[in-house]
Design a protein around this ligand. Structure first.
Ligand SMILES: *Cc1c(COP(=O)(O)O)cnc(C)c1O
Length: 372
């Protein structure tokens, strides 16, 4: 499996992915548990993730773009239900891009509704789609319920509507009053569309006391090991491990600096290790300690050490002064992500979120899939 030309190794644990789905499915029951596999399954790879989720029991998948929907269809065959969250994309050919691969658009505007209903009018039977109700994101979906019900005629279910959905603004904040306000708006919307499935919950919403699971939940982040309950222990298993080899080590004297623009100054005689990973591999440019950012840690031979100086495009540098010399020589590996450093920690240390860390995972690593 190992790509001999790649330095870093990204290991993806498909058994952990399947286990995470099963845990969320148990929590959601009797509601159905779907899976959000947009953005290349949050960076880990649609072609590996979708079949692993299907084998675990998942049958309903959500993607952002129509191109991702086609990849899921190719990976899973006819049995899976695939919703395109972006809706009926303005640049897509509805017949070729939605009808042929049997993708269900999540329709969120009058113009999309008109386009879709016109397209399917002369089909033998109505083709399923979803209705997106905006309850506070102000991003996609019908904000006006009268407009939403008007767009689909008197009984939407008769035109193929299969799902009414909306999306939380802050479900990772259990005490945020917006959660209750959105639930109330969604209840009102749902009443207008009898006889179809309802879906509101992303990963974190499945852990809210209100349990807004309805008929179908749509977890993404938690499937991939992200913590749906920030500040509390993470109930999910990590799916990604990223290990990067040391290329060189050196000693520098107190007062010397590391990297571009001399952003980090050694306070003592310091041993450094240069790692073969940089921002071109998707690590945030803020991963190294500078005057403005505290920076992230990596783990070498079981011990944490700090990334120091501004991250380069292809390289970064760790302070390995406190690691025994024999444990941190060229060829030894530094763990950037794994059992000791999760995506949530790395995101927080770099001033971003774990979602961003995952979806930025670069293309220069050897990708090793386990547990499939
Ligand atoms: C991305 C997304 C989800 C999944 O959210 P997570 O926080 O990753 O679980 C669910 N629904 C919609 C509409 C989304 O855009």
């Amino acid at each position: 499996m190992r790509d001999p030309g790649a330095a870093g190794v990204l290991t993806i644990d498909l058994a952990a992915l399947a286990q995470n789905w099963r845990l969320l499915a148990q929590r959601a029951a009797p509601a159905e548990c779907g899976a959000v596999v947009k953005a290349n399954a949050y960076g880990i790879g649609i072609e590996a993730a979708a079949p692993a989720l299907y084998r675990a029991g998942c049958r309903t998948f959500f993607v952002a773009h129509v191109s991702e929907g086609k990849r899921v269809r190719a990976a899973l065959g006819d049995d899976a239900i695939i919703y395109v969250l972006n809706g009926l994309e303005t640049t897509a050919d509805a017949r070729e891009d939605y009808l042929a691969p049997a993708l269900r658009p999540v329709i969120g505007s009058k113009s999309e509704a008109a386009r879709w209903l016109q397209l399917v009018a002369n089909q033998a039977s109505p083709l399923p789609y979803a209705i997106h109700i905006d309850t506070g994101m102000n991003r996609l979906g019908f904000a006006n319920l009268t407009e939403a019900s008007g767009a689909f005629g008197s009984l939407a279910a008769d035109t193929g509507a299969a799902l009414a959905m909306s999306h939380f603004v802050s479900s990772e904040e259990p005490l945020n009053p917006l959660n209750d306000a959105q639930i109330a708006r969604f209840e009102a919307a749902r009443a207008l569309f009898p006889g179809i499935q309802a879906s509101l919950a992303n990963s974190s919403a499945q852990f809210l006391a209100q349990r807004p699971n309805y008929d179908l939940v749509r977890p993404g982040y938690a499937l991939y090991g992200g913590n749906p309950t920030p500040g509390q222990p993470n109930p999910m298993q990590a799916t990604v491990t990223l290990e990067i080899p040391i290329q060189q080590t050196r000693w520098i004297e107190a007062g010397e600096t590391v990297g571009y623009n001399a952003q980090w100054t050694a306070q003592r005689r310091t041993r450094l290790a240069t790692l073969l990973v940089g921002y071109a591999d998707g690590l945030p440019r803020t991963a190294g300690a500078t005057r403005d950012y505290p920076g992230a840690d990596v783990v070498i031979a079981g011990r944490r050490c700090a990334l120091v100086g501004r991250m380069s495009m292809d390289l970064c540098v760790a302070d390995i002064t406190d690691i025994p010399e024999d444990d941190a020589r060229p060829g030894a590996f530094a763990q950037v992500l794994g059992d000791q450093i999760g995506i949530d920690e790395l995101g927080a240390r770099c001033g971003t979120i774990g979602y961003h860390i995952l979806t930025s995972l670069g293309s220069r690593y050897a990708r090793v899939y386990r547990g499939g």
